[in-house]
Design a binder for this molecule. Sequence first.
Ligand SMILES: *Cc1c(COP(=O)(O)O)cnc(C)c1O
Length: 389
Amino acid sequence: MNTYSRLPVTFERGEGAWLWDTRGNKYLDALSGIAVCGLGHAHPAVSAALCAQADRLIHTSNLYGVALQERLADALTEAAGMDRAFFCNSGAESIEAAIKLARLYGHQRQIAQPAIVVAEKSFHGRTLATLSATGNRKVQAGFEPLVQGFIRVPYDDVEALHAVARNSPQVVAVLVEPIQGEGGINIPSDDYLREIRALCDRNGWLMMLDEIQTGMARTGRWFAYQHHHDLYPDVISVAKGLANGVPIGACLARGAAAEVYQPGTHGSTFGGNPLACSAALAVIATIRAERLTERAAALGRRLLDGLHAALDGCELVVEVRGRGLMMGIELARPSTHLPALGLERGILFSVQSEKVIRLLPPLIISDAEADEIVSRVAALVREDAARAA
Ligand SMILES: *Cc1c(COP(=O)(O)O)cnc(C)c1O
């Protein structure tokens, strides 16, 4: 169905940070399939794991033990500092799992109409519950009636959360992105997550983080919340970069939150099947072996410095910001035409919130490829600034 207005290109092959279209043109991929292909395209460790597992066993269902799912749960909860994992097949499903977990947690505490606090400009997915949680009218319009039970506050506004704590006894959880991705690479104040943790502790709320875009080493840590020392959320949603393009999602939980679901309360036919888990295990092993969290942090600094230098004095640029390999270049005017221009210049990126160029390059790029991203993007922005001036 006609759900996407697609750019006029079709790719047929990829290698690392590069894609080739059906006409043989070559593109530098600074979007990674929207933060999915963190190891780049056709990574040999992922291909080898998938081929070997496809030859052995693809799926049996969750009616039986799944050894690779248990191994993945161990590896993922260790990286995330969590206790238990539920596996599903997408980001939206991992948020659905978090929403249902929070409601069940509320009902177990005799809260009849549990509510979850969510943020403006957030994005949590396209299913009915997750679009209702999303802070973007465009995502919701036409799909009313929305799912009830969400209270919306401005992002990065601790005072608004305090007001909710005073006025809304039915709240059971706060759900936010540690950095808003679709909303335009919005990085909150340094103490935002810590303030949320304190509020959750004081009120018995669950702190739930949507790390679907920020997770899997993207920001220079396994998960973005780990930039804060000694701080742990109760629930984390993971997907996108988890298996380098094989569909999988996970809802991770810690402490009391990890014991909320019991047999029969939630499920998924495909979730955590051996094929998807084999790819995710290969991703985690590669991030560890190649120290890609540290690498993402270093590359992020290189890209930010490079972009600041290359765009210095360009009046079209409002701000260049980012953490690790999650970056935004905010422009002074609507710039939704830029991805098509980038395509002509052989560079892939997206524009969010109409004015923010979003860069999510693979974690495996070389320094030279990082510099090439800087020069291609900066040239494009300067060209566009000159054209309109
Ligand atoms: C992509 C994304 C989702 C939705 O994931 P899907 O796999 O598309 O369902 C939810 N939250 C955030 C922060 C995302 O970036």
